[in-house]
Design a protein around this ligand. Structure first.
Ligand SMILES: NC(=O)c1ccc[n+]([C@@H]2O[C@H](COP(=O)([O-])OP(=O)(O)OC[C@H]3O[C@@H](n4cnc5c(N)ncnc54)[C@H](O)[C@@H]3O)[C@@H](O)[C@H]2O)c1
Ligand SMILES: [Zn+2]
Length: 332
């Protein structure tokens, strides 16, 4: 399946079992290729890229920082890459966000191709053009908008993905189900005959929002459902709780706030809770409220006085609500 994303620079998302087997044909436009991957993924899939240069990063969110960006940039410079060459980000969202960010600033922009290998990266982070790194304890604080030239999702990569990372991806998948109201898309979604269609549905949901608001000035904020609280949960857990799972927990907090703010009825909130339960997403946060709200207030979506929160009214209907710190503190 191929989905076209009509962003400022349009590109295609190829979702295909075994796509990495024909990666060398798919990349034929690029002159030279640097494959950026991590220490888990490069040993498994790196050899599919014939004749490419390779850079293996240390795996994990804690390496998603400017130091690693500098390493990618140094490698590109040492290899003498020019704008007509290609960087491939082969891996999960961490590798993807960094390889794309480095691509966006090296010589003010070098061709970037995303090869997402985690479920989370396939359904979410590889599409939409947000790139970046964490900075001084804040998630994705430094970055850019930079669209890939091509996204290649080989669903076979999910076979080597650890169970924990499948659950992580399912957290973001539940987000799409709550946003679109299409709960059915989650059922048995990773089975061989459904996985392509499932990834396609998530990518299409993201495509529609990103095409309407590429630079995140309006409707794209909806994609942050669960994220403002989720980022705080990730931070307070010292990144022991994975991003997608933290987002799912963040949706629980947002649902609670939605009931308190009379955005959602108790009945509709229970339906969202039931959906999160069905996919074994952890129950609500146990952190000290003061620590939690302070961590929430590190979010980029905050203004001096308040924060724009995405709150679910019911599955299929979410809205952005502006609230002060005191108001949020009362409702969490
Ligand atoms: N840019 C965006 O729009 C966007 C959206 C959502 C999330 N993100 C970012 O994505 C990151 C999370 O991404 P993630 O969950 O993919 O984490 P990740 O990149 O750390 O990958 C998770 C783990 O799985 C391993 N892995 C990946 N693919 C594998 C495979 N096929 N086989 C075996 N191991 C594999 C990785 O090495 C890593 O250890 C966060 O930093 C988050 O901020 C960005
Ligand atoms: Zn996310």
């Amino acid at each position: 399946m191929t989905i076209k994303i009509n962003a400022s620079t349009p590109y295609e998302v190829v979702i295909e079992k075994g796509a990495l087997c024909r990666i060398n044909d798919l990349l034929k436009d690029g002159q030279r290729v640097l494959v950026v991957s991590d220490s888990n993924v490069m040993p498994i899939y790196g050899n599919r890229f014939v004749g490419a240069e390779k850079l293996t990063l240390k795996a994990g969110e804690k390496h998603k920082n400017l130091k690693t960006i500098q390493l990618i940039l140094k490698t590109l410079q040492r290899l003498g890459f020019t704008r007509s060459d290609t960087v491939v980000g082969l891996g999960g969202g961490v590798v993807g966000d960094m390889a794309a960010f480095a691509s966006s600033i090296y010589m003010r922009g070098i061709r970037y191709v995303a090869c997402p290998t985690s479920l989370l990266a396939m359904i979410d982070s590889s599409v939409g053009g947000k790139t970046g790194v964490d900075f001084l304890g804040s998630k994705n604080m430094v970055g850019s908008f930079y669209q890939p030239s091509l996204v290649i999702c080989d669903t076979d990569c999910l076979k080597t993905l650890p169970e924990r990372e499948i659950k992580n991806g399912m957290g973001e998948a539940v987000k799409y189900a709550v946003l679109t109201g299409d709960e059915e898309m989650l059922s048995d979604c990773l089975s061989a005959d459904k996985v392509e269609a499932f990834i396609g549905k998530c990518v299409t949901a993201k495509k529609e929002i990103v095409e309407a608001d590429e630079k995140d000035k309006g409707v794209r904020a909806l994609l942050n459902l669960g994220h403002t609280f989720g980022h705080a949960i990730e931070k307070l857990s010292r990144f022991k709780i994975a991003h997608g799972v933290a987002v799912a927990m963040g949706i629980r907090v947002a649902t609670k706030v939605a009931v308190g703010a009379k955005v959602a009825t108790v009945e509709n909130a229970e339906k969202i809770e039931a959906l999160l339960d069905r996919y074994n997403m952890p129950k609500a946060v146990e952190y000290d409220k003061k620590d939690f709200i302070d961590a929430v207030w590190l979010d980029k979506k905050r203004t001096t006085d308040g924060i724009n929160l995405v709150l679910p009214e019911k599955t299929g209907v979410c809205k952005t609500v502006y609230m002060t710190k005191q108001e949020v503190l009362k409702l969490i």
